[in-house]
Design a protein around this ligand. Sequence first.
Ligand SMILES: Nc1ncnc2c1ncn2[C@@H]1O[C@H](COP(=O)(O)OP(=O)(O)O)[C@@H](O)[C@H]1O
Ligand SMILES: [Mg+2]
Length: 307
Amino acid sequence: MNSGVTARHSGNMPELLLVVNKISKRFGGLQALSDVSFGICKGDIYGLIGPNGAGKTTLFNVLTSLYRPEMGTANFMGHQLTRLKPHEIAQVGIARSFQNIRLFANLTAIENVMIGRHVRTRAGVWGAIVRNRATQAEERAIEARAYELLEYVGIADRANDIARSLSYGDQRRLEIARALATEPVLLALDEPAAGMNPSETAVLRQLIEKIRSDGVTVLLIEHDMKLVMGLCNRLLVLEYGRVLAEGKPAEIQRNPRVIEAYLGKGAAAEPGVESVPGGDLAAQTAARPPQATVQTAPPAGQTREPT
Ligand SMILES: Nc1ncnc2c1ncn2[C@@H]1O[C@H](COP(=O)(O)OP(=O)(O)O)[C@@H](O)[C@H]1O
Ligand SMILES: [Mg+2]
């Protein structure tokens, strides 16, 4: 266990929800993650930052069982995540969004959220296909709850619109609603502000704060340094698959190794990575080309993160 985890747990510290211990993941000759250890406490908005290719999305994919690590463990409330199947991740209380938005492009917004909800119902996804009277009643309850979630993320007025017709920012919020439909304990968001304009980013920030104050712990991958530094109470910095630093935002911002590798001039040369912590938000957002497009989601349990 790394020193960050131990230090945070001495004294009257909050409950540890996730303990990641020495995770390593290799793709052929590429060591995407090496010995990554950290801990997330209940109530954290825990930021995961680092240059493009640092291994952030790979870490999400390991924590959600899309990839099996060669080494290491990830204990989430007594569950060994690395032993679970992808469909079991939602059942233990973890939900995520994807860097490349994954919605059912030709279904409506509310239908997309209802699909997320089925993991929590008795009838399950099968029951949604083979409808009997009990599942029809359950279906109505799911629809009502899905509508509430659309209201919660602020896009209820788009409930009956086809997902691909929504604006970019609304699609990202729809992904969050779909993830929340599984009633997660931990919500993992992979670059939720990517491609958003400054006003959409400001609304997103309020939404993430609301999610946390409603009792959901958040793990956030984000390049927008102003958002990260203002929102997160704890940060992990990855570089070439290794932990470069872990700590409070203020500590990270003045860490010479982090400045050198990521926040400083080295990062400025890399497209898609913002260089100045708390720098001009409009310039930061404009500098990054939109990465996400609506994709037709594969069937549950068969998701693979495109590379
Ligand atoms: N499925 C994969 N197969 C091969 N290489 C991959 C795969 N997924 C990620 N990588 C590589 O692993 C490294 C880390 O990628 P990624 O986790 O996506 O970085 P980040 O999200 O920090 O930008 C990159 O060099 C990337 O090309
Ligand atoms: Mg990524």
